[in-house]
Design a protein around this ligand. Structure first.
Ligand code: E4P
Length: 217
């Protein structure tokens, strides 16, 4: 399973990347806003840090404008993936950009039917949003399972990029289903290291070690 980091926070990306835990990065207009940075500038900086795909999202509504924006974004660095929304225009843009040899991430996917269309349009990645479905009492993880089943039935090569991840359980559940990639905020990735029994065990070992009066170095 590949790990993408869902952020435009360069310091957070750098920290995880130094640990070898970053296979790619996803950004979106909200994350760019949160970073307070210029999109072209911050995306370039991220591409210089991370070797894998870095998703940069178009903002136009019409296919021809999305294509124009996508063609501009790919000039930032060779590892740019153009992110387009799952609308009819987004699918048209996906088809053109992928035919030009660019990687395309089709985002804002909320149904298996949408995921089939993205695969047919040549998407490199499909981004089903787990958390936002859970938010409205739908089962986000069930969508990951449905897409996995359908893509496997027909050997679609589009990679399932489980997105809108809010918890550690989202990551492990998506991994069990066989999502190709997860993209999660840095805090959720770091939270994967936590376990109450690890903390409790360490507390005990530390206390017992102090009683031995020994030192390792
Ligand atoms: C995916 O590429 C999106 O950037 C992201 O996962 C959206 O997550 P959110 O629903 O927490 O905003």
């Amino acid at each position: 399973m590949k790990f993408f980091v869902d952020t435009a926070d360069v310091a957070a990306i750098r920290e995880l990347n130094d640990l070898g835990m970053v296979d790619g990065v996803t950004t979106n207009p909200s994350l760019i806003l949160k970073s307070g940075r210029d999109i072209l500038e911050v995306t370039k900086e991220i591409c210089d840090i991370v070797e894998g795909p870095v998703s940069a999202e178009v903002v136009a509504a019409k296919a021809e404008d999305m294509i124009r924006e996508g063609e501009h974004l790919v000039k930032i660095a060779p590892n740019i993936t153009v992110k387009v929304p799952l609308t009819w225009d987004g699918l048209k843009a996906c088809k053109v950009l992928s035919s030009q040899g660019h990687k395309v991430n089709v985002t804002l996917c909320f149904s298996a039917a949408q995921a089939i269309l993205a695969a047919k349009a040549g998407a490199t990645f499909i981004s089903p949003f787990i958390g936002r479905l859970d938010d409205i009492n739908f089962d986000g993880m069930e969508l990951i399972a449905q897409i996995r089943e359908i893509y496997d039935n027909y050997d679609f090569q589009t990679q399932i990029l489980a997105a809108s991840i809010r918890s550690v359980n989202h990551i492990t559940d998506a991994a069990r289903i066989g999502a190709d990639v997860i993209t999660a905020p840095p805090a959720v990735i770091k939270a994967m290291a936590n376990h109450v029994l690890t903390d409790k065990g360490l507390e005990q070992f530390t206390a017992d070690w102090a009683k031995t009066g020994q030192k390792i170095v």
